[in-house]
Design a protein around this ligand. Structure first.
Ligand code: GLY
Length: 361
């Protein structure tokens, strides 16, 4: 078992990474919580795959269990589904000493996490992420949210879990596109913080090796994210580096109505586009974009998009990460080292069109 401590004073917790940990999840939760009741918040697809196994293990550890499940997919990350979840938590008689458990990818994690953050002003939460992306990103660091019709993650909170249990076996059987989806975020971690991780990903020869290395990759990514979150829990500085490639990536996802690109595919496009530009403008070590793109292509990730730049920039203008008319663009100095460039949105547009020849302010 690999364990990563996330040190956040009173809200510190462990990320436990272990093949087969799902079968022992009840026992692990018992070490974290003395709760009588535990509500498992999940989606119908994940519930059908793992719900019974998890419930059995939790019952063996003495929890009374209620499963709360909704249809899979981003369209469930709404206030009305959240409302139903609150209703079920109340109906189950959950108190502040009971436990919420999220089981699934980003949607159950974000929505269930937000329910835990707000029900009774906050009840303890354990996250069990079941997608590669959730295992290396969304389940770590305490960002929880639901969507509004006007945009994604517009209602949310920072709410640290009491524990995260990651079972790499759960993702081994995923269709390869979903592994590659997560791999884009793993490449991102390498780009912004760790040439060692980047090189580890570069050395992967084939799918079989990728599968064998999943546990190590998850560990390296969670370690990087944990250290960043410790230094900047509320996303005011260093944590923004995790947005490398995301401004244009989100725009590319949105341009195709979230039907063409997975999140990771959008991020791959965004990372490539920004790095090509920052390199052209002398801000990034020569050769970086080509090296990044070679790695992304190995994981069958796109590096360009057919969406016109003008449309992407228009969509990016609505990105919630903008503050006023300013935006923090993350660029690479070289592989393993990122830096923020705070700039007016108008300058970002010029930057992406190759019309700006010096750094922002
Ligand atoms: N997913 C980016 C963050 O947690 O800050």
């Amino acid at each position: 078992m690999k364990k990563i401590r996330v040190n956040l004073r009173k809200y510190s917790y462990d990320i436990q990474i272990e093949r087969g940990i799902l079968e022992q999840a009840g026992e692990r939760m018992r070490q974290i919580s003395g709760a009588e009741k535990a509500a498992v918040i999940t989606d119908d697809t994940v519930n059908a795959l793992y719900g019974d196994r998890l419930e059995e293990s939790m019952k063996e550890a003495g929890f009374a269990v209620r499963r709360i499940s909704f249809p899979a997919g981003e369209t469930s990350k709404t206030l009305s589904v959240l409302d139903r979840v609150y209703g079920e938590l109340a109906d189950f008689g959950m108190t502040r000493s009971d436990l919420a458990v999220t089981l699934g990818g980003g949607v159950p994690g974000d929505l269930g996490g937000f329910a835990a953050a707000t029900y009774l002003r906050g009840i303890p939460l354990v996250q069990i992420p079941t997608s590669f992306l959730a295992q290396i990103d969304s389940s770590v660091g305490g960002k929880v949210a639901v969507d509004l019709p006007m945009g994604k993650n517009l209602v949310g909170s920072f709410y640290q879990p009491a524990g995260v249990l990651i079972d790499p076996d759960l993702i081994s059987s995923l269709p390869v596109r979903y592994l590659h989806d997560g791999m884009a975020e793993a490449v991102k971690y390498g780009c912004i913080k760790s040439i060692r991780l980047f090189e580890l990903l570069e050395r992967i020869q084939d799918r079989e090796e990728m599968h064998r290395k999943l546990e190590q990759i998850i560990y390296e990514c969670c370690m990087i994210k944990a250290r960043i979150v410790e230094r900047d829990e509320y996303d005011l500085g260093e944590r923004m580096q995790l947005n490398f490639g995301h401004t244009l990536g989100h725009a590319a996802e949105a341009f195709f109505h979230y039907e063409t690109y997975t999140h990771g595919e959008g991020v791959a496009v965004g990372m490539s586009m920004v790095t090509e530009m920052s390199e052209k403008q002398g801000l990034t070590k020569p050769g970086t974009a080509a090296r990044l793109e070679t790695l992304l292509k190995k994981f069958e990730l796109p590096i360009h998009t057919e969406a016109p730049l003008e449309d992407l920039l228009a969509l990016a203008e609505h990105d919630k990460k903008k503050r006023g008319d300013d935006l923090t663009l993350i660029i690479l100095s070289c592989i393993g080292e990122a830096r923020p460039m705070r700039m007016h949105f108008a300058d970002f547009q010029k930057f992406m069109k190759g019309e700006m020849h010096e750094g922002g302010h």
